[in-house]
Design a protein around this ligand. Structure first.
Ligand code: URA
Length: 274
């Protein structure tokens, strides 16, 4: 390579480096590193340690072992949920137990547990799926767009926070706001079961397919909405009406007429139960 070409290359490299510093907001050229202290010459190897290194490497846990450990953790968490929920003697105690419970992955992104709003003694319990972002921020269920529609649906049959109690199957906002998964619902179940026991409603409204499935074991909100189901509360059964979730109605407003019929059936049942 000729001298002028070499100096042109050098100039281009320096210009490019300066440009990069400028773009990165660095206005002081880098300080050259201090000369390193000379390293001491390596010590001769210890024959005893060398003998150790000949031992076979310990294998890490296998995939099956990792998965068995995860299953065991899940079982432990579930057992803890059942124990604490089952032992809460009052609604207040249950609220505290839920608030304090570390639901592992489920509560990792949630700000706090979202429990209920309304009147627990009203005899009518609306049970949705899980809190969304707005609910997570507010610490109350059904306060976002879907919640506002739910309030309008309640008001249409003369209900409000004095005459209805509103909660969710799951008390924590799932990571990234996705629907709760099977394990998460399994973990939520002991809490909602105890919640229903303690609130002892005369009528339950299963708001959406998840609530229908978790609380009755039945799938298919579109097929089952409007048809009274039994919520199995130990010795007695509580009448439970599957209702379209308001978030679904926001996307499918043409289904509001069906929801209105179901609301009227709920109203009639409440009046009959009074
Ligand atoms: N959707 C639900 O199921 N529950 C809420 O609290 C909010 C949105």
């Amino acid at each position: 390579m000729s001298a002028p070409a070499q100096s042109f290359g050098l100039r281009a490299a320096l210009t490019s480096a300066l440009q990069w510093w400028d773009d990165a907001g660095i206005d002081t050229p880098p300080v050259p590193p201090a000369p390193r202290a000379r390293r001491a010459p390596p010590k001769p190897l210890d024959p005893a340690k060398l003998a150790l290194s000949k031992q076979p490497l310990k294998a890490g846990p296998s995939a099956a072992q990792v998965s068995a450990a995860a299953d065991a953790d899940r079982e432990k968490l579930l057992a803890a949920a059942k124990a604490v929920a089952g032992s809460a003697p009052t609604l207040e105690a249950l609220y505290k137990v839920i608030t304090d419970f570390d639901a592992a992955d489920l509560s990792v992104n949630a700000r706090a547990a979202v429990i209920a709003r309304g009147n627990a003694g009203s005899g009518v319990m609306f049970i949705g799926e899980a809190p969304g972002k707005d609910e997570d921020m507010a610490g109350k269920p059904f306060v976002g767009k879907a919640g506002q529609l739910l309030d309008r649906m309640l008001a249409a049959i003369g209900l409000d926070e004095q005459s209805a109690y509103i909660t969710n199957v799951c008390n924590w906002r799932p990571v990234n706001g996705r629907a709760p998964g099977e394990d998460e619902l399994a973990l939520a179940r002991p809490f909602i079961t105890r919640h229903i026991e303690l609130a002892a409603p005369k009528v339950i409204v299963l708001v959406g397919g998840t609530s229908l499935e978790v609380l009755t074991g039945q799938k298919g909100i579109t097929k089952l909405r409007g048809q009274w189901q039994d919520y199995n509360a130990g010795e007695a059964a509580i009448p439970a009406m599957p209702l379209y979730h308001p978030a679904f109605l926001l996307r499918r407003p043409e289904l509001k007429a069906e929801a209105w019929r179901d609301l009227l059936a709920i109203k009639a049942r409440i009046e009959g139960a009074e």
